[in-house]
Design a protein around this ligand. Structure first.
Ligand code: IFM
Length: 456
């Protein structure tokens, strides 16, 4: 640590993206369809019926995108692999064209002095596996372990840090219970089964990768929301605890404590989660040892700071209200202390592993001015606050080793289509022109200032 920065030497400053949100080229390079390709075609699933078939065309523009990243002085890049590009049907040998694409991309990062941090799964399940039951089926987790083994063999030499699963809460509850993400189901039992199988997939992938690449640093990324009761009323406090179980604890407890706690089982027991491992049940003998096997880091994504009020009509009898101020186009808060609290909570209550903020950022209504510049003072305000909050968490004892801003490019924001711009680089979608926003220049200078030995 230097005297003028709270961040330790070697701190990874980066940006993050995900394959489906930027790559496009959905029918090229031998890629198979994923659940998102199918979900997009459902009436009303995506804002304005938009599609990620082209997205930011990164599949064709990856070299100039990496050049821009290097010009902006960004030393680390968290990206995800498309499972259905690498394994079009979710089983069998890897697709050579997919392997070649990702080998070139990862080597291209390193050639530019950018360290890649790779995520194996960011929600784009091969459609063929969905047709065999998707995440509610145990077999999907087994297939994921096999996929991870092949990735370790074919690509594992090109990155040190590997995340197994991104935000299992979204790939389970938002996808199988809330109906807002692919495959758009509304069935709480399916969601609980998906949640357990995503965690099992993490465990199987960790073991497979570890065996083939013992030097790799491995972990899972959870979305961790900061939650407080809307009032001191017992009903609001109880509602807050319900949401904490459903959103945070159902994932953090098995991974970092090796069991679903009694509160988690009290909420989800009726859907199959058990304290004990049951032969033939959802949680089977050996599952929890796999899920909680030692990892090398804990990934934390953070966006929301939420008050919880009792509401019999809401999910788990609760209603969520974003803490003010909520200037972002998602109505999410600009309240950086929430990130500090989340990092301290994870490090104090769950794990002493090094933490990485694997995603944090905000969407604003950015536009290009006639002189071809994009001014986003709100994002600079947001980033200044949240990066400072990371420093505060470190000063208070959290072992945070990196921060990945979401996102590098404006991109396809899932069911919200292109309506939410999270990038520090503006994308003019009709022409695919990239324009670094003011925040990109701010981040470049910030990184230089907080990286010993670097200048902008
Ligand atoms: O765009 C998403 C990303 O795919 C997962 N984490 C949250 C981001 C913003 O909603």
């Amino acid at each position: 640590m230097t005297s003028d920065t709270p961040y330790p030497a070697g701190f990874a400053w980066g940006v993050a993206t995900a394959a489906y949100q930027i790559e496009g080229a959905v029918d090229e390079g031998g890629r198979g369809p994923s659940i998102w390709d199918a979900f997009e075609r459902q009436e009303g699933a995506i804002f304005h019926g938009e599609s990620a078939a082209v997205a930011t065309d990164h599949y064709h523009r990856w070299e100039s995108d990496l050049d821009l990243m290097a010009e902006l002085g960004i030393p680390a890049y968290r990206l995800s692999l498309s499972w259905s590009r690498l394994q079009p049907r979710g089983e069998g040998a890897l697709n050579p064209e997919g392997v070649a694409f990702y080998r070139a991309l990862l080597a291209g990062c390193r050639a530019r002095g950018i360290e890649p941090y790779v995520t194996l799964y960011h929600w784009d399940l091969p459609l063929a596996l969905h047709e065999r039951g998707g995440w509610p089926a145990r077999e999907t987790a087994v297939c994921f372990g096999e996929y991870a083994a092949l990735v370790a063999e074919e690509l594992g030499d090109l990155a040190e840090h590997w995340t197994t699963i991104n935000e299992p809460v979204c790939a389970s509850f938002l996808s199988y219970s809330w109906g807002m993400q692919a495959p758009g189901h509304r069935d709480e039992t399916e969601a609980v089964r998906a949640a357990h199988h995503l965690l099992l997939a993490h465990g199987l992938a960790l073991a497979a990768f570890r065996e083939r690449r013992p030097q790799a640093k491995l972990g899972i990324t959870n979305l961790v929301s900061n939650l407080a009761p809307a009032s001191e009323a017992p009903a609001d406090r109880a509602a807050r605890d319900q949401v904490d179980v459903r959103f945070n604890r159902v994932f953090l407890e098995p991974v970092y404590r090796g069991s679903y706690g009694a509160d988690v089982v009290a909420v989800f027991g009726e859907h199959g989660l058990t304290l004990d491992e049951v032969e033939g049940g959802l949680v089977r003998p050996g599952d929890l040892a796999l899920i909680s096997a030692p990892a090398d880091f804990a990934g934390v994504n953070h966006y929301t700071n939420t008050l919880i009020a009792a509401d019999p009509e809401g999910w788990g009898g609760a209603r969520m209200i974003q803490v003010e101020p909520t200037p972002t186009t998602f109505d999410w808060s600009d309240t950086p202390e929430a990130l500090r609290e989340v990092l301290l909570r994870v490090s104090r209550e769950y794990t002493g592993l090094p933490l990485y903020v694997t995603e944090n950022g905000a969407a604003f209504a950015d536009y290009a001015t006639p002189d071809g510049t994009v001014h986003d003072p709100e994002r600079i305000h947001y980033l200044a606050g949240y990066t400072a909050a990371v420093g505060e968490a470190i000063a208070a004892g959290a072992d945070v080793r990196g921060y990945f801003l979401w996102s590098f490019l404006d991109n396809f924001e899932w069911s919200h289509g292109y309506s939410k711009r999270f990038g520090i680089v503006y994308v003019d979608y009709p022409t695919q022109t990239r324009i670094p926003k003011d925040s990109a220049h701010w981040y470049r200078d910030f990184i230089a200032q907080h990286t010993p030995g670097r200048t902008s």
